[in-house]
Design a binder for this molecule. Structure first.
Ligand code: OGA
Ligand code: MN
Length: 279
């Protein structure tokens, strides 16, 4: 078996070839190769893998502990991503995937953000529904020295309300109450990882910079997000049936391009739990 890893874009993402779904479980070298490549490239694309849900879960367990909360799917460890409420009764929340985000920035408890997320395309949209990725490690690396100094001590409040408001502008009092029932979280803007690398903690859940006037705060967060997700820094994955993509949720933000809520698009997601706080 020869694993080949080819960059997809200068800023983020690589395509992995030379692996079939059986070798994910039988070849131990694959696990280290995937973890290494994920750290280097942020996003890994496996085309035509046709991973079955059980194999997906078993492979992700080799990468770390996984989320086994019920996910609208019979296989433990799989969460069904679909806007069709007959397939996922919480589908309306998933509209928030249309904005750039890090998974797990506003957990119910003190869980760390996920380490990695894997999606396999079970059904694709007739149009739209691509998934886009941008490196927040890269976003930090492109800052000037004076910007790094300016951002180093900033802290940001993240909330479910901030991300949901982007897709539901006029919430009902009931919706607001549910969103506000989820505790907001304060995170540093610059995440210093165990590896020593730094990334920016950006995306839809950012509510405001602590202690900064609200207009200035929004302008700063929007500017950083815009630069992080400039078109030339984004990898956009156009899905075909059987594709699998995994991303490093600690150093990459992602979003889905809009697709019709009636679309058959269905992604099977497995989440590898985080092992480091945002600090
Ligand atoms: C997710 C997510 C994007 C997509 O499952 O966390 O953001 O393209 N999905 O479905
Ligand atoms: Mn997501």
């Amino acid at each position: 078996m020869t694993i080949t890893i080819k960059k997809l874009n200068h800023a983020v993402g690589a395509e992995v070839t030379g692996i079939d779904s059986a070798s994910l479980l039988t070849e131990n070298a694959v696990v280290d190769a995937v973890l290494d490549a994920l750290e280097t490239h942020g996003v890994l694309v496996f085309r035509d893998l046709h991973l079955d849900p059980e194999t997906q879960v078993a492979f992700c367990r080799k990468l770390g502990d996984i989320d086994t909360e019920p996910g609208h799917h019979p296989v433990e460890g799989i969460y069904r991503v679909s806007l069709d409420t007959s397939k996922n009764s919480s589908a309306s929340y998933l509209r928030a995937t249309f904005d750039w985000h890090i998974d797990g920035c506003t957990p119910q408890d003190d869980a760390y953000p996920q380490k990695a997320t894997m999606l396999t395309a079970k059904a694709v949209a007739a149009s739209g529904g691509e998934t886009e990725f941008a490196s927040t490690y890269g976003a930090y690396d492109t800052l000037s020295e004076s910007e790094r100094a300016q951002l180093a001590s900033l802290r940001v409040v993240h909330s479910l309300e901030a991300s949901q408001r982007l897709v539901t502008e006029n919430p009902t009092p009931e919706q607001l109450a549910v969103w506000r029932g989820r505790p907001s979280k304060e995170h540093p803007l610059v995440w210093t990882h165990k590896s020593g690398r730094r990334s920016l903690v950006l995306g839809a859940s950012t509510d405001h910079v602590v202690g900064m006037e609200s207009g200035e705060s929004r302008a700063l967060l929007d500017d950083l997000l815009r630069r992080c997700t400039a078109p030339e820094r984004v990898y956009r994955h156009e899905w075909s049936l059987g594709d699998t993509v995994i991303w490093d949720n600690r150093g990459v933000i992602h979003r889905a391009a809009p697709y019709d809520p009636g679309s058959p698009r269905e992604m099977l997601r497995t989440t590898v739990l985080g092992d480091e706080p945002i600090q």
